[in-house]
Write a protein that binds this ligand. Sequence first.
Ligand SMILES: Cc1cc2nc3c(=O)[nH]c(=O)nc-3n(C[C@H](O)[C@H](O)[C@H](O)COP(=O)(O)O)c2cc1C
Length: 438
Amino acid sequence: MARRQMHLGVFVLGTGNHIAGWRMPGAYDSFQSLPVIQHIARIAERGCFDLLFLGDSLQAGANDHPSFTARFEPVTMLSALAATTTHLGLGATMSTSYMEPFNVARFFASLDHLSGGRAAWNAVTSSNPRAAPNYGREHAPHADRYRVAEEFVDVVMGLWDCWDEGAIVAERDTGRYIDAAKMRSLDHQGEFFSVKGPLNIGRCPQGRPIMIQAGASEPGLNLAARTADVVFSVVQDLEEAQAGYAALKSRLPGFGRRAEEVAVLPGVMPIVGRTRQEARDLLDRLQSFVTSTNAASLLSSRLGVDVSGFPPDERVPDLPLPETSHGFARAMLSKARREEMTWRDLLNLTGAARGHWVICGTAADIADTLQEWFEGGAADGFNVMPAWFPGAFDDFVDQVVPELQRRGLFRERYAAATLRGHLGLDMPENRFFSRAGG
Ligand SMILES: Cc1cc2nc3c(=O)[nH]c(=O)nc-3n(C[C@H](O)[C@H](O)[C@H](O)COP(=O)(O)O)c2cc1C
């Protein structure tokens, strides 16, 4: 039996995942630059990463995270990267609340063909109500957003199954281009969508792109357990991560799925130093750049309340989970409770990694902690969030990855050409065409 190995994704924000990462000497200060994105992707391939991940948001504001406010549209960015990368999985976020299923199916099927089988879709319900006015709509309540998402994801996956392999025959002598027996319509009539199909692009190299989910609420976990291949999680400590991991994996049999069919990747911001003091100094320097304004805007969106008026040295009280996002709020509020944090502490944490987990130390320290979580039933890998680019990502790839490889915990070279291959996942069944050509 091959030893179980970690899966690593990199969460890319050109100006850094830290809200002020771009202020570090030598750091990239733009997320609207193709050379920047291409360089980050090269570093990820040098580190044999499974996945390069692009989030997305559908609103902009001067006090928002710089890479949330000024960025390229994700699938457009990944299509460019498909041409300059060879093995790296390419994952992008697209909303089930503000897009059309036929278009989303087409975007990601195209990316899967362009990349030779490396596409992944992070299906989000867009929890930030500031997106709605950009679509002339009201922001739907949490539960409604997930009801729409359930049907939306089904329609997209159904459209990806409307073609069988080998449908394009292109027979010059007969003039037959398509084998009509290997293509069919979807004829979906649902509560929210009516979609005829088929899609106007052939069967994907991966059968269908990889599905990513990141919700941690009850409906979020259900959608993830039923449809996701990869689940991103927001956690702040080992016990919480173990509980979240078990909670998700225990739902899989209910959908006829096995635990190993889903990879759970907690988000983590590693601050790497040659010594612990150097790492500590780096984090302190980063934190010295955080202004209360930009951290407050982000924390307010995570907790669903305007926190700018709260006295900074007051303890964070117990707050109800917001309509916006349960996962982030739950992880941040339980950490605040556990560590008796003040609003200033929580603002600093949010400024650093947007509510995600931060670890600081030498490469061996960080490898120890990742190994503990990986072998302790808390993770199948990690969504790495470098505080700034390229330096902090170079440090992780050149110092931590070799340590993980030396311990046999991570691949030393790519053995597969597709993201599905990197994740060790089988080709999916086609609900309309069985592989025996039925
Ligand atoms: C690692 C990670 C990445 C995410 N990326 C996005 C994103 O790019 N765009 C977005 O609107 N939401 C994003 N989310 C938010 C989730 O999709 C989800 O809306 C949120 O966690 C709330 O879900 P819940 O209420 O089910 O917990 C992300 C969440 C996580 C954990």
